[in-house]
Design a protein around this ligand. Structure first.
Ligand SMILES: C[S@@+](CC[C@H](N)C(=O)[O-])C[C@H]1O[C@@H](n2cnc3c(N)ncnc32)[C@H](O)[C@@H]1O
Length: 382
């Protein structure tokens, strides 16, 4: 059993800083850093690499990231990097780490990588590490796929050891959502929001091709600041006792928002899924004003809404030509929609997820490209 008092005095001291690595979808690193700094300003030694951000901070950053960040995928606690030129050195370095202080007596899942090092056989490296744990911690840790993941990354004979503080990806907020076809990933929606200037200015947020509503629901949850309803790895570890603000009052965290969310879709079937999702969301907290989200069964091209110029933003993931619709048909639907909108409103504000498209290239002021289910998709915005 770990002695919490002793741990507090010597190990997880208030002033002690730790090293972290935030894993992020490639191309969203800068946006994730912007979000991180907004939720926790006291971070140092920042270094961005493709797919993540290194930084150091005190332990409270852990709850801030898990409660409020939506762009990253997971947060790792880096225990250290050690030069290991032999099996003996691996043992010696591992012996210096007080694993039980970090991990309590949780089940462990060991993941090993090796690149450009004397030990290129990952199975062999894994068995060395497992043997170490079996010898030193035989009554403390057991192993299993559902355990807390410990990463051992050997690169040029340097072994970096990290703990996954998150578990299931961070953008999974624990609020169950039913999905129709090709919904956007929650982390991509959170990143897209960060790209739109003055998002709060737009009263109506409209998704004319809303399907099961992932985009509107995620936007709503992000803007409203809805806390996750799930457990993270770190909440099973002794570290949790030394982190402030793990128990933020749910209601106190909620922000007032003035947006009205409107979803349109031609498919009644998909809208039924959306409506179920809205009911799930409202069941969690009756504070949510039900009329914040309106759902309309209509063809986007019939544009059944009467809105003032500059009071809305179109935020959408229209059907595109992979499996949903023939590519030419998809492009022609998108083009007709933009034509009608321009005719009615002149220039209007939009953020649209779509594969490469010449019209969107010419209309948007910028785009960010990111991986999406084995393809690439852009977020076009103006
Ligand atoms: C890529 S899916 C949207 C996925 C959505 N973001 C989600 O979370 O489920 C595209 C949606 O556009 C809808 N759609 C296709 N043609 C349409 C049209 N002319 N007007 C409105 N919706 C249309 C489809 O029914 C489908 O639900």
């Amino acid at each position: 059993m770990v002695d919490l008092k002793k741990l507090k005095r010597h190990f997880f001291r208030k002033s002690r800083e730790f090293n972290f690595f935030l894993i992020v979808t490639p191309s969203f690193e800068e946006l994730a850093l912007k979000e991180l700094k907004e939720v926790y300003s006291n971070i140092k030694n920042i270094e961005i690499i493709k797919g993540g951000i290194y930084f150091s901070a005190d332990l409270n950053v852990i709850s801030a990231v898990h409660n409020y960040c939506r762009i990253p995928i997971r947060l790792l606690l880096r225990l250290g990097t050690y030069i290991c030129n032999s099996e003996k050195q691996i043992y010696k370095n591992l012996s210096q780490i007080e694993f039980e202080n970090y991990l309590g007596n949780n089940v462990l899942n060991i993941k090993v990588y090796s690149r450009s090092s004397w030990i290129y056989n990952e199975k062999k490296l894994e068995s060395i590490i497992r043997n170490f744990f079996i010898e030193k911690y035989k009554n403390i840790f057991s192993f299993g796929d559902n355990g807390i993941t410990l990463f051992f990354r050997m690169n040029h004979n340097k072994l970096t050891i990290s703990i996954d503080l998150t578990g299931d990806p961070l953008y999974k907020r624990g609020i169950s959502k039913l999905k129709s076809q090709t919904p956007m990933r929650e982390c991509n929606i959170a990143a897209a929001i960060k790209l739109i200037d003055n998002f709060d200015k737009y009263k109506f947020i409209i998704d004319p091709f809303c399907g099961s509503g992932t985009i509107l629901i995620e936007l709503y949850m992000k803007l409203k600041n809805i806390l996750p309803k799930r457990e993270f790895n770190y909440s099973k570890m002794p570290i949790v006792y030394f982190i402030k603000n793990t128990d933020i009052s749910y209601q106190a965290s909620l922000k007032n928002i003035a947006h009205i969310f409107i979803g349109l879709d031609i498919s009644f079937k998909n809208l039924k899924i959306f409506k179920k999702n809205i009911d799930n969301l409202f069941a969690i907290d009756n504070l949510f004003a039900k009329n914040l989200i309106e759902v309309i069964n209509a063809n986007a091209l019939s544009l059944p809404l009467k809105l003032g110029k500059d009071e809305f933003i179109i935020f959408s993931n229209p059907p595109f030509g992979w499996k949903l619709l023939d590519k030419n048909k998809a492009d022609s639907l998108l083009h007709s929609f933009f034509e009608i909108m321009f005719e009615r409103y002149g220039n209007f504000k939009f953020g649209v997820f779509y594969p490469d498209n010449k019209l969107l290239d010419s209309l948007s002021s910028d785009k960010v490209t990111f991986p999406f289910g084995g393809h690439k998709i852009n977020f076009y915005y103006n």
